[in-house]
Design a protein around this ligand. Structure first.
Ligand SMILES: Cc1cc2nc3c(=O)[nH]c(=O)nc-3n(C[C@H](O)[C@H](O)[C@H](O)COP(=O)(O)OP(=O)(O)OC[C@H]3O[C@@H](n4cnc5c(N)ncnc54)[C@H](O)[C@@H]3O)c2cc1C
Length: 312
């Protein structure tokens, strides 16, 4: 059994560079504003600090969970037993080499797009209103309007849970629909090289605005959401299947299927992760019953069904 206070003392002894908290409410770190406490929560200041905490936790078999900006995750109301490492806002260096940029995994996409517009670089316009980090976006192969990260990411660097650093070129990983295939079990993305094209600033801005118009017309942007809940099956878009199954507007507690886009679930104020999960299960049931299609979840679920690791 793991001892929480002993681990905390070890952290203090190691003088880790970064922000470590005990029992941190995860609702502060998810776009749904939902989630119970994480036993340990850490924002590393540097790659070195990240490596140190990963080594300390791995040596002690403390479960490690990585989050970017929490814009595509559902965290249990019972929280997370283990260590959550947040990458958003840290590892946030952007380096420019003509049309190639090297970007830290913690850079938030709308900020990155702003920076590339200033340098008249085109290729990232589709990501201008995706509220995640580059790291989270690579893990999900984020896309919009037919464009995705898969087309522009050429190299990634990562660190595995044993502290080994690796740089992989595009022949060593494969982008999938909402995912990436890397021959490693557990790792943290550190940065990526992205190849862009020279573009005209006005045209780039127009493209960003067009993408935003499309998004505004189809997504419930004024509400707390976590993006799309399900991947689109080959047969039809998930939103269509959900709507045709009569689940649009369906509500459990304060969680509601969006009236605007049925593949989004809104937190109407006090939704719990249990409300959301029940709603997800209800949608899955209805779509399977009506169309015989098993929807695959796009959101990442953290903390459900975890056992206690600690003897306090
Ligand atoms: C309003 C709204 C609109 C959205 N629109 C889109 C859209 O158009 N297209 C789209 O594809 N998505 C969209 N999303 C979903 C989401 O923003 C993206 O998938 C985003 O890329 C997730 O990034 P994140 O940093 O928030 O990742 P998180 O949600 O924090 O994490 C997602 C997954 O990535 C892993 N992860 C995160 N960072 C790292 C890292 N550095 N190393 C290893 N693993 C990591 C996490 O463990 C988790 O499994 C939208 C979400 C919202 C709320």
């Amino acid at each position: 059994m793991f001892n929480k206070s002993r681990f905390w003392k070890e952290i203090e002894k190691n003088g880790l560079d970064g922000e470590m908290k005990i029992d941190e409410p995860m609702k502060f770190h998810t776009t749904w504003k939902i989630g119970g406490v994480a036993d340990f929560f850490y924002i590393p200041k540097s790659q070195e600090a990240l490596k140190n905490i990963v080594l300390i936790a791995s040596e002690r078999d403390l479960p490690i969970y990585i989050i970017g900006n929490g814009s595509n995750i559902l965290v249990s109301d019972d929280g997370i037993r283990g260590l959550v490492i947040k990458i958003a806002g840290t590892l946030d260096k952007i380096e420019y080499f003509d049309k190639m940029i090297k970007v830290g995994a913690g850079v938030i996409l709308p900020h990155l797009v702003k920076m590339t517009i200033e340098r008249e670089l085109s290729g990232l316009e589709f990501a201008s209103h995706i509220p995640g980090t580059l790291g989270g976006a690579i893990m999900n192969n984020a896309s919009f309007g037919g464009e995705s990260l898969a087309n522009i990411v050429h190299k990634i660097s990562l660190i595995d849970f044993y502290g080994h650093f690796q740089e992989l070129d595009s022949s060593q990983f494969t982008f999938l629909y909402r995912g990436i295939l890397i021959n490693l079990s557990r790792y943290i993305l550190l940065n990526a090289e992205i190849r862009l094209a020279r573009g005209d600033k006005t045209k780039i801005i127009t493209k960003v605005k067009d993408f935003y118009k499309q998004r505004k017309a189809s997504q419930p942007l004024a509400f707390l959401t976590a993006g799309c809940i399900f991947k689109n099956p080959q047969e039809k878009p998930a939103g269509y299947l959900i709507e045709q199954s009569g689940a649009k507007g369906l509500r459990i507690g304060d969680a509601q299927v969006s009236e605007k886009h049925a593949n989004f679930i809104i937190n109407c104020g006090r939704a719990t992760s249990k409300d959301i999960l029940l709603l997800i299960e209800k949608i899955e049931e209805r779509v399977e019953k009506n169309f015989g299609i098993k929807l695959e979840r796009e959101i990442n679920i953290l903390g459900f069904g975890r056992t206690e690791y600690f003897d306090e």
